[in-house]
Write a protein of this length. Structure first.
Length: 188
């Protein structure tokens, strides 16, 4: 548990430095930067939620409602961050003159509606299905149908990343490498 808290502190410091660097410079006001802004803000909330999860699970019997709320919010945060990252990948992947890009740009409003409905449905499912907790004095984690469902959804989103990358490998490689590293580093 101490290693987990230490990693959260290091992650917080890394995000703080990233945030300072990002917010101290002038940025072009475009959709890519807006999504990146949301990713940074969500990551800060995620660190606070994860720390709160670690602190509430040992007391799951004395404060069950708080423990349930915090752990559900953490699952929703993981999905939200991954979902935003997926939107970012779709945005940068289809920002060129290829026929598929033109089709997606033409139907962007409909795609956003579908993605938003998907987001709401997944969040509701994550809130409703069972979630269990494990704490043995050393290890703390959640498990059960809610986490299994989240694993499946995230796997599907990662497959969509690969699909976008394969379609636009040359244009995307430089833009995306740093964000993929950030994703796996912040969720480890």
């Amino acid at each position: 548990m101490i290693i987990g808290v230490t990693m959260l502190i290091v992650s917080f410091l890394y995000l703080l430095l990233t945030g300072i660097m990002y917010y101290s410079k002038q940025r072009i006001n475009n959709e890519e930067n807006n999504i990146y802004n949301y990713l940074i803000i969500a990551a800060f909330f995620g660190i606070v939620l994860e720390l709160t999860c670690i602190l509430t699970v040992p007391y799951q019997n004395s404060i069950p409602i708080l423990n349930e709320i915090v752990n559900r919010l953490f699952l929703i945060y993981i999905f939200t961050w991954t979902f935003l990252f997926t939107k970012y990948i779709i945005l940068i992947s289809f920002n060129n003159k290829k026929p598929i890009s033109l089709y997606i740009i033409e139907h962007q409003k409909a795609l956003n509606k579908i993605l938003n409905i998907f987001f709401i449905i997944v969040v509701l499912i994550l809130y409703i299905i069972p979630l269990y907790y494990y704490y043995d004095g050393t290890y703390v984690y959640s498990f059960g149908p809610a986490t299994d469902f989240l694993y499946i959804i995230i796997a599907l989103l990662i497959i969509s990343w690969l699909f976008c990358l394969i379609l636009n490998i040359k244009e995307v490689v430089i833009k995306i490498c740093s964000f993929i590293y950030l994703y796996f580093w912040s969720n480890s």
